[in-house]
Ligand binder design. Structure first.
Ligand SMILES: Nc1ncnc2c1ncn2[C@@H]1O[C@H](COP(=O)(O)OP(=O)(O)O)[C@@H](O)[C@H]1O
Ligand SMILES: [Mg+2]
Length: 209
């Protein structure tokens, strides 16, 4: 065993030497700190002509959003990666009737980073179309609350990996300051996340809860 460990240490040393020899930089820390890989980022922009065969699902979702009379309804689309959740949300988001229905249309790509300050700032920036320099949670939340008050908004939270329940509850409290008829549309791979976050359930449709 001791000999095998010694050999293994030798191999690890060789790998470390190779890394130095080829001047490879270690970026693991950087990526982990950022949490969001560029290729995972999404925006509301879509080429509608490339979205095929989703007419029925789109119409269902559009109707849900247009006829919603709750103070704040939260809907979720869930299913495995690559299924077309983001594309469906983009298509619904860009629908003319939906754009007209809401005073504010907000798109935020959540991905693996459900950081409450980042999300609050991203929502503010999506509303303003400009960067927001606020750093602390309280001013960020106050700023968002002010912007949402009296406004009917649609917020898409795309590709949520985990809602961390308490963080989502904190964000949801601020979202409640929007006008009646405001809605959140979540896309996620995780059924548990969809069920925890959504307030409206349509189990018959499978992917839309
Ligand atoms: N209805 C569709 N017709 C054609 N291409 C689609 C459709 N839905 C999704 N795609 C394409 O499939 C890929 C994965 O879709 P995406 O919406 O990102 O999936 P998800 O969000 O479920 O992981 C994308 O390149 C997207 O453009
Ligand atoms: Mg997606």
């Amino acid at each position: 065993m001791a000999q095998r460990l010694k050999n293994m240490r030798g191999k690890l040393d060789d790998i470390a030497n190779d890394k130095n020899k080829f001047d490879l930089a270690s970026r693991v820390g950087e990526i982990a700190a950022d949490h969001t890989y560029d290729w995972r980022l999404t925006s509301s922009i879509v080429n509608e002509s490339e979205i095929l065969g989703r007419g029925k699902e789109k119409e269902e979702l559009v109707n849900i959003l247009l006829t919603n009379a709750d103070d704040l309804s939260i809907h979720a689309v869930w299913g495995m990666g690559g299924l077309g959740k983001t594309a469906l949300a983009q298509s619904v988001y860009n629908e003319e009737r939906v754009q007209k229905q809401f005073d504010l249309n907000i798109w935020v790509c959540v991905s693996t980073n459900f950081d409450i300050k980042r999300l609050t700032r991203a929502i503010i920036e999506s509303i303003d179309g400009a960067s927001c320099d606020l750093q602390e949670l309280d001013p960020l939340q106050q700023c968002l609350q002010l912007k949402l008050t009296g406004q009917k908004f649609l917020l898409v939270l795309d590709d949520v990996w985990d809602d961390y329940n308490d963080r989502w509850n904190k964000l949801k409290e601020v979202l409640r300051s929007g006008a009646k008829g405001s809605a959140v549309l979540v896309t996620t791979r995780m059924e548990m996340v969809a069920r925890r976050m959504a307030t409206a359930f349509c189990p018959a449709h499978g992917k839309i809860v």
